[in-house]
Design a binder for this molecule. Structure first.
Ligand code: RIB
Length: 298
């Protein structure tokens, strides 16, 4: 069984389904509202657990009404929450999400996620040492991202850095990651490059290997120096929230099968994740991934 540590954010997603996105200053009547468990870290932990990994989460929730249910939801997926802190006098992270026509717009308010410390990652050192890989994203303080990269590197445990939401990072940090998994826009931001530059050129300029996600068009990666393309899978999209998280989780879970297979399975898992509402609604179990792979082959 693959063992993973996920260091990242935990949010309550406040989701409004709308006929379209409002223009600035416009008020629209929504079709439906739901509050759902989310956050890039929590989502990646849940997606990996559903795909069969043993997952240990490092993060934080607040002492508000959302905090305990968010932590309990992770534990209910058999995720080890020993290193999920509860911060006093602090709100939990929230994401105000509008879904329209299968696309989304998101505003994240970090709350307790801004209080995830390097010391918490240090406390999880034993779990990291036992792990096959570590997943980290950027909805937590950058110093904590850096600590995760440094500890993983020191312990020879591959760290997959999902640079979302993107910010420029020191090249030295990027060299500590085994893979970074940006989309084209995030890669340009990360490297302080022009977003219109060809993504293959940007991939070559990255100081560490890139697995680049292209939404419905699948993913690009390098194997033995050659740029390779994995096509996306055809599905009916209901809500794209959490597709990137499912991709990252599956990549980490299946990495031991080799990068091309892991990317193929990650694209299939991400496609399945968009077929239901909510970041975690469509996150698949291995049998569903296998069925989609078999359908696409045949
Ligand atoms: O990647 C999707 C996630 O981003 C949502 O669940 C939301 O919480 C934001 O963090």
């Amino acid at each position: 069984m693959t063992r993973l540590v996920v260091v990242g954010s935990i949010n309550m997603d406040l989701v409004t389904v709308s006929p379209r996105f409002p223009a600035p200053g416009e008020t629209l009547l929504g079709e439906r509202f739901v509050s759902l468990h989310g956050g890039k870290g929590g989502n990646q932990a849940v997606a990996a657990a559903r795909l069969g990994a043993q997952v240990h989460m490092v993060g934080a929730v607040g002492d508000d009404a959302f905090g305990q249910p968010l932590r309990d939801a992770l534990a209910a997926e058999d995720i080890d929450v020993e290193h999920v802190a509860r911060i006093d006098d602090c709100s939990s992270g929230t994401a105000s999400i509008t879904v329209a026509g299968g696309e989304n717009q998101i505003i994240v308010t970090p709350g307790a996620n801004a209080r995830v410390t390097p010391a918490q990652v240090e406390d999880a050192r034993e779990a990291i040492a036992r792990a096959d890989a570590v997943l980290v994203q950027m909805e937590i303080p950058l110093e904590t991202v850096e600590a995760t990269l440094r500890i993983g590197h020191a312990l020879h445990v591959p760290v997959i850095l999902n640079p979302a939401p993107a910010q420029r990072l020191p090249s030295e940090w990027l060299q500590l990651a085994r893979y970074i998994t940006p989309n084209q826009h995030e890669l340009a931001t990360l490297l302080d490059a022009d977003a219109s530059e060809d993504f293959r050129t940007l991939m070559r300029r990255s100081p560490c290997p890139v697995v680049l996600t292209r939404g419905a068009e699948g993913a690009w990666f390098r194997e033995e120096g050659e740029a390779q393309h994995q096509e996306g899978f055809n599905v009916e999209a209901v809500d794209s929230t959490g597709a990137g998280d499912t991709f990252n989780a599956a990549l980490a879970v299946f990495l031991h099968e080799g990068l091309p297979i892991a990317v193929r399975k990650a694209c299939a898992a991400a496609a399945l994740s968009v077929t239901r509402l909510g970041a975690r609604g469509g996150m698949p179990h291995p049998a569903e991934v296998d069925a989609l792979l078999a359908r696409q082959r045949g």
